[in-house]
Design a protein. Structure first.
Length: 404
């Protein structure tokens, strides 16, 4: 039986798939109202997993009387943290592969990983200022390493992804400690999708080296605009969810609460910061502000739908058939899911799917972006650096592989 050959491209693909699973499971946790089911971080009622025995549950309820333990919610939150931590390890491994054995760069990444780990330890001990300082160091070092890296294309982005995933961990912490503050919840969603996007770009650049035609390259500005519009729409979706405004219009579509333009309060709807200490679970905005958020999200959906569909049609006509079809099908599916969520009162499976399809739509546009970019010479794996930076061996037949 042939051993599994672990290449940089396969590692990037695996990390991308894993990031998608983290996004979908995170949406499931948030939409099932389990985001505060573990009132502490990174532990859950002081446990590395969650309380299981009756005496542990009793102690948990005594320590956190304001948040009684709920098994069916706590396991979801803590499992999400565990798989997110696993993703961090995968991204760290990919970043090490990207820098190879270049001078000082692996040491920078290792130092960043140690700083992040000690930052978590200090946070648990209550040394919040020192924890924040170490976390900032952990984020800055990979960014500096990416600037120093003498490889272009996906390799620098792989290193940047490590910095992003560390910051994403901090956003996860703040989501709990700041009691679901909407701007943090939205940022956490965007951070997860940014991590997924960066990993997807790296994976696609390492696996797709086809040279685009002149017509295909000319499509690139339109794809970039589509990515920007989709990012804004995803942010609006995150803001809608974080403020519990998904059903602000009831089950009406395309109308809202029986009117084409109901009473709205846009000034209150988009206040990003409302101070510290407020529990945002369930939302704090009135009906007019929530309706303003929902209407804005719907208008954004129309704009994004039109532009992405036009981009998909042009991609098809210019020979980019598979990514064009995927983008077109996914944007139509996403709109249908959005309408179904309103009409069916936000059922958990459909609401979770709405987040998952948004991630896939984002990836389809990234695939289009990659197909409109000519490959660079350093996009291909530097096997010699990879062999030295990962545990493995060189096969006797001369082929390069890494075997666990």
């Amino acid at each position: 039986m042939n051993p599994i050959r672990l290449t940089p491209a396969r590692l990037a693909v695996f990390a991308t798939v894993f990031a998608f699973l983290v996004i979908v499971f995170g949406a499931f946790v948030r939409l099932s109202n389990a985001g505060l089911s573990c009132p502490d971080w990174p532990t859950c009622y002081g446990k590395a997993t969650w309380p299981g025995h009756e005496q542990d549950i009793a102690r948990a309820n005594e320590a956190f009387p304001e948040r009684p333990f709920e098994t069916h919610k706590a396991w979801r939150e803590q499992v999400h943290r565990m798989i997110a931590g696993t993703l961090g390890v995968l991204v760290f491994a990919l970043a090490l592969v990207a820098v190879g054995r270049r001078r000082r760069l692996p040491a920078m990444l290792l130092t960043a990983a140690v700083a992040a780990a000690f930052g978590v330890f200090l946070y648990i001990k209550g040394a919040y200022a020192a924890s924040a300082a170490l976390s900032l160091v952990a984020i800055a070092l990979p960014l500096f390493a990416a600037l120093r890296l003498d490889r272009g294309g996906p390799w620098r982005i792989a290193v940047v992804a490590f910095a992003v995933v560390i910051f994403q961990a901090m956003l996860g912490m703040w989501t709990v400690t700041l009691l679901l503050k909407p701007v943090v919840v939205m940022g956490h969603l965007l951070g997860g999708l940014l991590t997924f996007s960066l990993l997807g770009y790296v994976a696609l650049r390492l696996t797709d080296t086809r040279v685009p035609t002149a017509d295909q390259r000319s499509l690139q500005p339109m794809v970039i605009v589509a990515l920007v519009l989709l990012a804004i729409q995803i942010a609006l979706g995150g803001w809608t969810s974080a403020n519990y405004a998904a059903l602000a219009c009831g089950v009406d579509f395309p109308k809202c609460a029986g009117s084409w333009w109901p009473m709205t309060d846009f000034r209150e709807a988009f206040v990003l910061w409302r101070g510290i200490g407020v529990n945002y679970e369930g939302g704090v905005l009135d009906a007019a502000a929530r309706a303003a958020i929902q209407i804005t999200h719907r208008i954004g959906a129309v704009v994004v739908f039109g532009h992405i569909l036009a981009t998909a049609v042009l991609a098809w006509r210019r020979g980019l058939r598979m990514p064009g079809v995927l983008a077109g099908v996914l944007v139509c599916t996403q709109v249908a899911l959005g309408i179904a969520n309103v009409k069916l009162l936000l059922p958990l499976p459909l609401a979770t799917a709405h987040n998952g399809v948004a991630a896939l739509l984002l990836l389809s546009l990234i695939a289009l972006l990659v197909r409109t970019q000519p490959p660079h010479g350093d996009d291909q794996p530097d096997i010699s650096s990879f062999r030295r930076s990962a545990s493995g061996y060189r096969r006797n037949d001369g082929s390069d592989s890494v075997t666990p």
